[in-house]
Design a protein around this ligand. Structure first.
Ligand SMILES: Cc1ncc(COP(=O)(O)O)c(C=O)c1O
Length: 411
C-alpha cells in the first residue's frame, strides 16, 4: 500500500486541502516585497493579509538597527533558556512588564510554545475551560493539558452562564481560556465580566491577545484614536487589573518579530520556569528577532500612537465603505481585522480569483475553518498600507458585491 494512502487528508479537511492546492490566493509563494505590495509569480498585489499591524517589518529604523545587535551578540544564542539567556531577554521582559504594568513577564519563542507549556502547567490536574471559538493553538494546548491530567471542557463564545455552570462543577486549579481580540471577528470579549467570574470562582482567566497587543491599550485623557495609547493590550484597554488574569501575546503580529510572552506575578514566573519544558529544554529565538523586538518597543514609545492612529483611519475607511454598501461584517470594534461572508459560500473560489486578478491579497476563509454560513475572506489593515491601496480595495469590494454579493445584516 502506498504511504500516501496512510496519510490521506481526512474528509473534514478536504475543502481546505483543495483550496491550498488549487487557489492562487492560498499557500502562495511571495517572490518579491515592495512596501505593502507583494509579487506572486507575475502578479503584483496589495497585501491585506499581513498581521504586521504597525508596519514595523518595513520600518527603516528597525532595519538599520539590527546589524549592531548581530555584531555584538552573534546570530543565534543556541542555549536552551534554562541553561543561559543573553541579556537581551531580561531586557525585553523588563520593558514589556513596564509597558503592561504587570509584575513580571516570561518570554517564549512563539504563542504556540507559550500555550503548550503554560496552560498544562496552570491547569495541572484541575479544570481547563476553552472558548470554542478560541484560536486553534489554545485547543491544541488543551489536548496536552488533558494528557497531563486536566479535565477539559469547551464553552460557547461569550456564554458567561455556561462558564459559571462549568466553574461550579469543576475541581481546582481552574483556568478559563479565550482569545483577547478575536483573530477572525476583530472583536474583544467582555473581559471585565469574564475576569469578575474568574475571581468569584477562584479561577484564572488566560487571555491570548495576539491581535490586540500593540494595537489597543490604556485609555483616558487625550487618546489619538479609539485604540487608546501605548498598545499595551486588552487588559489595559478595558482598564482592568491583572488580578487572576494571565495575559499572553506575541510580537509576531504588531511587532513583526518572532517572540511571545506570558505576563504573571513573579512567584508564578519561577514556577513556570521549572514546569514548562519549552523554557528548560527549548531553544531561543535568533538575535535578529530579539533586536527587532527591542527596536520596535522603543519605536512604540516614541511614535506608536501615531502609527495606531493611521491604522485606525485606514480601517475606519474600509468599515464606513462596507456600511455604505450595506454589507454585514462581524467587526463592531473598529479594529483592523474585517471578516466578510459571501451571500453564497459556493462563490468562494470565483471571488478569490476576482480579488487576485484585481491585485488584492486577502485571507480566504473556507469551510470548515469557519462555519459554512460565514465562508468568505478576512481583510487585515496595517499602518503600512497606503491610502491608494485602501482606495483600490474599496473599488474591488464594490465589484465583488455587484458580481457575487456579500451577506447582508440580518433584518
Ligand atoms: C490568536 C492567535 N493565537 C496564537 C497564534 C499563534 O502564534 P504563534 O505563531 O506565535 O505561535 C496566532 C497566530 O496566528 C493567533 O492569531
Amino acid at each position: 500500500m502506498s504511504i500516501y494512502r496512510t496519510y490521506a487528508v481526512p474528509r473534514a479537511a478536504a475543502e481546505v486541502a483543495r483550496v491550498l492546492a488549487e487557489h492562487p490566493m492560498a499557500d502562495a509563494v511571495v517572490d518579491q516585497v515592495d512596501g505593502r505590495r507583494i509579487r506572486v509569480g507575475n502578479q503584483w498585489l496589495f497585501d491585506f493579509a499581513s498581521c504586521n499591524y504597525l508596519g514595523l517589518d518595513l520600518d527603516p529604523e528597525v532595519q538599520a538597527g539590527v546589524p549592531a545587535y548581530l555584531a555584538r551578540w552573534g546570530t543565534h544564542p543556541s542555549w536552551a533558556r534554562g541553561i543561559a539567556s543573553p541579556a537581551l531577554y531580561p531586557r525585553v521582559e523588563a520593558t514589556v512588564s513596564e509597558l503592561l504594568g504587570v509584575a513580571d513577564v516570561l518570554a517564549f519563542p512563539t504563542l504556540t510554545h507559550t500555550h503548550n507549556g503554560v496552560l498544562p502547567a496552570l491547569a495541572g490536574e484541575g479544570t481547563l475551560l476553552v472558548d470554542i471559538r478560541g484560536h486553534q493553538t489554545l485547543h491544541d494546548a488543551a489536548v496536552i493539558a488533558r494528557a497531563r491530567g486536566a479535565t477539559v471542557r469547551r464553552f460557547r463564545s461569550g456564554d458567561l452562564e455556561q462558564v459559571e455552570r462549568l466553574l461550579r462543577a469543576s475541581t481546582p486549579p481552574r483556568v478559563v481560556c479565550m482569545d483577547g481580540v478575536n483573530s477572525m471577528t476583530g472583536n474583544p470579549p467582555d473581559l471585565p465580566a469574564f475576569a469578575a467570574l474568574a475571581r468569584e470562582h477562584d479561577a484564572m482567566l488566560y487571555v491570548d491577545d495576539a491581535h490586540g497587543f500593540g494595537v489597543i491599550g490604556e485609555r483616558g485623557g487625550y487618546d489619538p484614536s479609539p485604540y487608546g495609547r501605548r498598545g499595551n493590550g486588552i487588559v489595559r484597554w478595558f482598564g482592568e487589573s491583572y488580578d487572576r488574569v494571565v495575559l499572553t501575546a506575541g510580537f509576531s503580529k504588531a511587532y513583526s518579530s518572532l517572540l511571545a510572552f506570558v505576563a504573571v506575578p513573579s512567584e508564578l514566573k519561577e514556577y513556570l520556569k521549572v514546569m514548562v519544558p519549552t523554557y528548560l529544554y527549548g531553544g531561543p529565538v535568533p538575535v535578529a528577532s530579539l533586536a527587532t523586538t527591542l527596536l520596535g518597543l522603543d519605536i512604540n514609545e516614541r511614535r506608536g500612537d501615531e502609527l495606531r492612529a493611521q491604522l485606525y483611519h485606514r480601517t475606519r475607511t474600509v468599515l464606513d465603505h462596507l456600511d455604505k454598501l450595506g454589507v454585514a461584517t462581524s467587526n463592531v470594534s473598529g479594529l483592523p481585522l474585517i471578516e466578510l461572508a459571501l451571500a453564497d459560500p459556493e462563490d468562494l473560489d470565483l471571488v478569490g480569483r476576482h480579488l487576485f486578478d484585481r491585485g488584492i491579497y486577502v485571507t480566504l476563509a473556507p469551510y470548515p475553518v469557519i462555519p459554512r454560513d460565514e465562508v468568505g475572506f478576512r481583510i487585515q489593515l496595517t499602518a503600512a498600507n497606503t491610502v491608494e491601496q485602501v482606495d483600490h480595495l474599496l473599488t474591488v469590494l464594490g465589484e465583488v458585491d455587484d458580481r457575487f454579493g456579500f451577506r447582508r445584516p440580518h433584518p
